[in-house]
Design a protein around this ligand. Structure first.
Ligand SMILES: *Cc1c(COP(=O)(O)O)cnc(C)c1O
Length: 401
């Protein structure tokens, strides 16, 4: 007889809303039906079927990352696991690492680099500004750095590092490896791994790619791979050891049981990107995000970040004085069935523009829900003006292509 009695629990029907909420926050984002269906299938993690799936995931991954590298790897885990895999494999103990920090996620890379024994210098970017290539160059001149880490889009405070390309090229010219966090931006805006001389690109499933959370991708350059192969010390992480992962991703052999359903899901998510093509996908994201930003401002709300440094993939919005961001979000969720995000410590709300979020019908529903929830919280807004501007924005922005 077991000693503990069975707990009394509710069924998911009792826990989940009858109709799923529209996920318009900073991730996870809505997934297309084909991705959801693929995620419901279990196949053998080794063998001919899986091999074909893996070959295609890598081929499509190379397109999405814009790289010819043979080292596109998947990882069972969140975007942070792909981040940890990049950093744990590429930062050797004692390596000097320059971490360009704009906010929460770029800080996470600095913390990970410290934990694996890197000697980290943080280059702090002022709030609501992007990292300047000239400042990074100056910092690089000051020390013998081996690795530079930087985020493309800082989801936490909605800043976009506009000079990323110059910065990664600078890092390359100084013999550093450049690690780029593109979790929220990959497939929503340009990032050309090879042309920009990036050595590691990190992404998750649940943001730009519109797949499920929990299976992530990491692309490593040939230069990065040479460093990995030159490692003398034992990798402290077994699951995240890129050389072991290579057995599965490139040598049709076993590392750990791959998250097969999630790999099938990311296969479908990538296939939808390939079908759409990157230029059209970037354009859809740009048009939708800019139109939504115009609608938000026309309604009478203020955006958090000035245009020069503003990220399109996640939009930060100030809530009017005296209004609680949590109350707005709770009302949106309860009454309008639209879920958006708060932020870490800032009195703002954030709306995502990643993957399936960037569809006109989702924008109208979200903008209406936001406006009427802010009004419900007691602030005066011009909701019709916002909706009209969104409509205008969608048609005008599409013309500027
Ligand atoms: C979401 C996010 C992460 C972390 O991804 P998880 O899947 O939550 O681990 C890292 N970097 C950026 C830029 C993100 O947006």
């Amino acid at each position: 007889m077991p000693t503990l009695p069975p707990p009394s629990v509710e069924s998911l029907d009792e826990i989940l809303p009858q109709e799923p909420l529209l996920m318009m926050g900073a991730g996870p984002v809505p997934i297309p039906h084909k991705v959801a269906y693929a995620n419901s299938i279990v196949i053998n993690h080794l063998g001919e079927t899986m091999n074909r799936v893996i070959e295609q995931v890598k081929a499509m991954g190379r397109y999405v990352f814009q790289t010819g590298s043979a080292h596109v790897l998947g990882v069972a885990g969140p975007g942070s696991a792909a981040m940890e895999m990049a950093i744990a494999n590429l930062v050797f103990p004692g390596d000097r690492v320059l971490c360009v920090c704009n906010g929460y996620f770029s800080r996470r890379m600095a913390e990970m680099a410290t934990r694996v024994g890197g000697e980290v210098t943080v280059l702090q970017v002022p709030d609501f500004e992007y990292a300047l290539a000239s400042r990074v160059e100056e910092a690089l001149r000051g020390g013998d750095y081996k690795v530079v880490t930087i985020v493309q889009g800082e989801t936490s405070n909605t800043v976009c590092n506009r000079e990323l390309e110059q910065i990664t090229k600078l890092a390359d010219a100084r013999g550093c490896l450049a690690i780029v966090d593109a979790v929220c931006t990959l497939s929503t805006m340009p990032l050309e791994m090879d042309a920009w001389k990036v050595d590691a690109v990190i992404t998750g499933g649940q943001k730009g790619l519109s797949s499920i959370p929990g299976v992530s991708l990491l692309a490593l350059s040939e230069k990065a791979w040479r460093k990995i192969e030159s490692r003398r010390q034992l990798m402290p992480h077994w699951c995240l050891d890129a050389r072991l992962a290579d057995n599965f991703w490139n040598k049709k052999s076993y590392h750990y049981t791959a998250p097969v359903s999630g790999v099938l899901a990311i296969h479908e998510a990538l296939r939808l990107v390939v079908d759409e093509t990157l230029p059209r996908r970037f354009e859809r994201h740009r048009v939708c995000s800019l139109a939504l930003q115009r609608g938000i401002e026309a309604m009478g709300l203020e955006l958090l970040v000035p245009q020069a440094a503003r990220l399109n993939s996640v939009i930060g919005i100030k809530v009017p004085a005296g209004v609680s961001a949590d109350a707005v979000r709770a009302h949106m969720s309860r009454v309008h069935r639209v879920e958006i995000s708060g932020s870490f410590g800032l009195e703002i709300v954030r709306i995502g523009q990643m993957g399936e979020q960037s569809r006109a019908h989702n924008l109208f529903r979200t903008l209406h829900a936001l406006g009427s929830s802010v009004q419900h919280a007691g602030a005066a807004l011009d909701l019709p003006a916002g909706i009209a501007e969104l409509e205008k924005g969608l048609s005008e922005e599409a013309l500027t292509a």
